[in-house]
Design a protein around this ligand. Sequence first.
Ligand SMILES: NC(=O)c1ccc[n+]([C@@H]2O[C@H](COP(=O)([O-])OP(=O)(O)OC[C@H]3O[C@@H](n4cnc5c(N)ncnc54)[C@H](OP(=O)(O)O)[C@@H]3O)[C@@H](O)[C@H]2O)c1
Length: 240
Amino acid sequence: MDVLTGRWLIQPARESRRSRGLLERHPSCHFVCPDDQPGAYAPAVATTVYYCASSLDGYIAEGDDSLDWLLDYEGTFEHEAAEPDPMSEGGGYEGFYEGVRALVAGSATYEWILDHLDVAGGGQWPYRGKPCWVLSSRELRLPEGEGVDVRIVEASVGEVYGEMAAAAGDGVLWVVGGGGVASQFADEGRLDEVHVTVVPVVLGAGKRLFERRLPSGSMQLTGTRTFKNGMVELRYEIRH
Ligand SMILES: NC(=O)c1ccc[n+]([C@@H]2O[C@H](COP(=O)([O-])OP(=O)(O)OC[C@H]3O[C@@H](n4cnc5c(N)ncnc54)[C@H](OP(=O)(O)O)[C@@H]3O)[C@@H](O)[C@H]2O)c1
């Protein structure tokens, strides 16, 4: 798997609760101060972001886990406001990934990444240097290489969130997918933002963006980006 391909399973920009004005960093330390309690400092809070690409009809993969619809997608959007493709060098993905301090994925997503690593061609685990939790009830193979930190756990989100959030610090905890894992975070009230890049393809069936209804109801739109390849990124904040 080349670096850019991997980026779709890895995926934008941080618009944390801090930047939304809900939390403000104390100038001299790694703590944040709730706006309504000046002087009362609490540990920095990670922002949990589900960042992924979805078909127009809300699927992140086909039923057999194929991502050809995404990886082979070609399109154009000729508009002066359109940005370079999100996966291009210096594109939206890179900005997002810089802010990521920890990741979490389900086992199907993890195994897809491992299966598509072109080790012979020099392909390496794409998230080196950042801890990645993989939720699974099975013993799974581990990638090799310097900086690989993959932690396979069988646990509920409630049980492992604290550890993940501590690792993420005041950065982003990236929920890579799939939809079931994102739904588990939402059910626990631990999903803060959804950044979805919509690909103008209709699949009709497959693995859903979310597995079930979100308990929190409607989300707040916080930003959009249009790309020269015709994809559109939608950023939403979840109202807790
Ligand atoms: N378009 C995109 O941007 C994007 C992003 C992410 C993923 N994807 C793709 O979408 C597909 C996602 O597949 P998916 O929704 O089936 O799967 P998934 O969320 O990646 O994996 C689901 C599996 O993870 C394990 N698991 C989940 N929660 C667990 C928990 N709390 N404790 C223990 N184990 C747990 C279970 O399997 P076991 O217990 O059997 O291991 C479960 O069947 C993949 O093909 C992936 O490549 C696409």
